[in-house]
Design a protein around this ligand. Structure first.
Ligand SMILES: Cc1cc2nc3c(=O)[nH]c(=O)nc-3n(C[C@H](O)[C@H](O)[C@H](O)COP(=O)(O)OP(=O)(O)OC[C@H]3O[C@@H](n4cnc5c(N)ncnc54)[C@H](O)[C@@H]3O)c2cc1C
Length: 388
């Protein structure tokens, strides 16, 4: 997509590029130190470490075009490793519903990437139907703390998380969306047991978390008791916007085209085959449409609005596009893609193709499965009524 950039925007793009090249990771450097320094230097630039935070909390206050430029540029460089849970999910909840003391207590460490957070939403019987969650939190008689018991499921990076933000049930007398309470507590304490789940792609990123008699001071409750359904839904919209990965897909598609151009087919290449070209072209069109949707969402975000139901369109289309790219990568690698995990054979890009493909199966499940996003779109974007 061509966006006409003004002289100021072009200057901003140059500044971003210069920042990335000056602060590139150099082989042999202590990675962790480089990572923390990178964020500290981005902070000195005026909130570049927290592009999406509002200016009241130190964000840069960029225009939609500046956000767009940032997204484009970050897709082609090696950014320091970062987790979305604190910076992109809990922080907006703290800003909207946390009290001043909680904001001052938690936001600085989130910003400095000193504390890793994980998301304790899903449970064995509560995924798409999140409001069915059963992890129980009971307030002590003196009102000083909650005692939490239950099981959280699919918890990403729980094994390295310092803290968890957790949906708990404090009342089950009303409809299931009522009586849910948002609590924060440390992971490294007695009563927390973490069991790994190895995914189809062979990685350990997700876990089951067993919570037994964990005491949580009442000061660690965000907002009112029993009212967390509203906060939880807001957080999900931030999560969904972040999962679309449009800029990364643009780069990945270009890479795929180059790779397919190296695969011989008679006197030509796979990229010259009409069937393959048609699939790539279809992807390109869908990607462009998703890019425009993202731009609309960036425009309203930079005007201060929280993400709305359009985040479901982005999540749905963005993750499907990522999966289609992975699928075509396996197709381009042909039989050599099957050698995943073994000694590489065939074109170098084929190694890892199958691992990426298998891992990508989860994209349309986490952050709310595609069917659930379609429901949200039907109700909140198209205004359709549920049939009886
Ligand atoms: C890799 C990965 C990482 C994750 N990380 C986290 C995390 O860090 N924290 C966290 O809290 N959760 C996490 N999750 C959980 C994720 O949010 C849930 O898996 C997801 O919400 C789906 O819930 P479920 O797995 O219980 O499936 P179910 O809800 O049981 O759904 C099973 C199938 O039924 C379909 N379905 C369900 N309801 C409907 C409906 N109303 N209409 C039509 N179809 C429907 C679904 O689309 C799906 O295909 C992660 C999941 C994965 C795979």
């Amino acid at each position: 997509m061509d966006i006409e950039l003004s002289t100021e925007d072009l200057a901003f793009r140059d500044e971003v590029r210069a920042f990335f090249s000056e602060n590139e990771y150099k082989p042999g450097e202590d990675y962790n130190q480089w990572r923390l320094d990178w964020f500290a230097k981005a902070r000195e630039k005026g909130g570049w470490d927290i592009p999406k935070w509002p200016t009241d909390f130190g964000g840069p206050g960029w225009s939609p075009t500046q956000h767009y430029i940032w997204e484009q540029e970050t897709a082609v460089v090696n950014l320091p490793w970062d987790m979305p849970f604190g910076i992109g999910m809990l922080a907006p909840v703290l800003m909207a519903y946390g009290n001043k003391e909680q904001q001052e207590r938690f936001l600085p460490d989130i910003r400095a990437r000193k504390v890793n957070w994980c998301q304790g939403y899903s449970e064995p019987g509560a995924g798409s139907d999140l409001a069915a969650l059963k992890t129980k939190a009971v307030l002590s008689e003196d009102g000083s703390h909650y005692t939490v018991n239950g099981t959280k499921m699919w918890t990403t990076m729980a094994q390295i998380a310092d803290w968890i933000f957790c949906l708990t049930r404090t009342d089950d007398s009303g409809i299931k969306q009522q009586g849910i309470t948002f609590l924060l507590f440390p992971m490294n304490q007695q009563g927390i047991e973490i069991k790994p789940i190895i995914t189809l792609g062979g990685a350990h990123t997700i876990n089951t978390v067993f919570i037994t008699d964990v005491k949580v001071p009442v000061e660690n409750r965000i907002g009112e008791e029993g009212k967390a359904w509203t906060y939880a839904k807001g957080l999900l919209q931030h999560e969904r916007t972040g999962l679309a990965g449009i800029s990364r897909s643009i780069i990945a598609l270009e890479k795929l085209k180059n790779q397919a151009g190296t695969v011989k087919r008679g006197n030509a290449t796979l990229m010259d085959e009409p069937g393959f070209r048609a699939k790539v072209a279809e992807l390109e069109v869908d990607l462009m449409a998703a890019e425009f949707t993202e731009l609309r969402s960036l425009a309203s975000a930079s005007a201060g609005a929280a993400p709305g139901p359009e985040s479901s369109i982005l999540k749905l289309k963005g993750t499907e596009i990522q999966q289609r790219i992975q699928k075509l990568t396996v197709e381009a690698g042909g039989i050599y893609s099957a050698a995943w995990g073994a000694k590489p054979v065939g074109p170098s890009f084929a190694k890892g193709g199958m691992g990426g493909y298998l891992a990508s199966r989860a994209y349309t499940i986490y952050g709310g499965a595609s069917e659930v996003q379609k429901d949200v779109i039907a109700k909140n974007v198209l205004g359709l009524k549920r049939s009886r």
